[in-house]
Design a protein. Structure first.
Length: 117
């Protein structure tokens, strides 16, 4: 099983990034996909969730209207589109696949997002 994030980096305030999470080794269509983030000194927090049917069921309040999550089942990957980034969005972003049916969940290794001028 692998979840491999990419797309992080340094961006100026107001800029955009798209994070990708490429999944392999499990039944992608059976899993809910999530993005989390963790800033230094803070707890890991859920940012966005999308069901296996493609329904977005959660977007954290601090990022509503700026971030969205979507998935591409054909490519077994999902994304976090981040627009109008703010310095407080800086964190390590993690993808997670979870399934109550299979009773498993998997995490990626994280990708750093830095927002600074």
């Amino acid at each position: 099983v692998q979840l491999v994030e990419s797309g992080g980096g340094l961006v100026q305030p107001g800029g955009s990034l798209r994070l990708s999470c490429v999944c392999s080794g499990f039944t992608f269509s059976g899993y809910i996909m999530n993005w989390y983030r963790q800033a230094p000194g803070k707890e890991r927090e859920l940012v966005a969730t999308i069901t296996n049917a493609g329904e977005i069921t959660y977007i954290a309040d601090p990022v509503k209207g700026r971030f969205t999550i979507f998935r591409d089942s054909a490519k077994t990957r999902f994304y976090l589109q981040m627009n109008n980034l703010k310095p407080e969005d800086a964190a390590v972003y993690y993808c997670r696949a979870s399934s109550s049916y299979f009773k498993t969940d998997y995490w990626g290794q994280g990708t750093q997002v830095t927002v600074s001028s």
